[in-house]
Write a protein that binds this ligand. Structure first.
Ligand SMILES: [Ca+2]
Ligand SMILES: [Ca+2]
Length: 183
């Protein structure tokens, strides 16, 4: 079912969406963590655009940052201290990638508002060479908040990945905020 159709029939699917979280089995121990699958975007940062990920269409929320399933698809920029609200829309949504271009120093990214019954993780990459290099990760259990603080090099794009270790939810958005320079 397309997302447009999904939105149209969202009222009928509310129960299904709510039931989507917590259905995937998650055993303690090793956590699968597939790496980025596509080439990185060009090294020059994209022109910053005002992109609100959450809009109200036909009375239902839609996620305008999609598709953003790989670093090269990341279109929504994390501005310093300005939260983005977005979704792991459904079980077929493998990842959400965002980006920002901080100055040299330190940066912090917070992932909050993970829906009950879901477990999302927060990872950060640079993609100067392929495959991309992970520079930070926060992988708490269940819907605990995630936060990473890491050193940054100027003139380098950092890709922030929200990874759905378990669950999805298109009714309750998560909140993603980057702070840079930090503190
Ligand atoms: Ca996505
Ligand atoms: Ca988590």
């Amino acid at each position: 079912m397309s997302r447009k159709a999904l939105r149209r029939y969202a009222p009928l699917l509310v129960g299904l969406a709510l039931a989507a979280c917590g259905t995937a089995g998650a055993l303690p121990g090793a956590r699968p963590q597939p790496g980025p699958t596509l080439q990185a975007r060009p090294t020059s940062p994209p022109t910053p655009a005002v992109a609100l990920p959450l809009v109200l269409r036909h009375g239902l929320f839609a996620d305008t940052c999609e598709p953003n399933n790989t670093p090269s698809q990341a279109t929504c920029v994390l501005r310093p201290g300005i939260s983005l609200w977005s979704f792991i829309w459904d079980a077929s949504d493998p990842d959400d990638y965002f980006y920002f271009d901080p100055p040299a120093g330190q940066a912090r990214v917070d992932l909050q508002g993970i829906p009950p019954g879901c477990d999302y993780d927060l990872l950060v990459y640079t993609c100067v060479t392929y495959p991309c290099q992970q520079v930070a990760e926060s992988r708490n259990w269940e819907n605990m908040d995630e936060s990473v603080t890491f050193s940054t090099t100027g003139n380098l794009v950092y890709y922030v990945r929200v990874y759905p270790f378990q669950g999805s939810n298109n009714l309750h958005p998560y909140r993603l905020t980057a702070f840079y320079p930090y503190p």
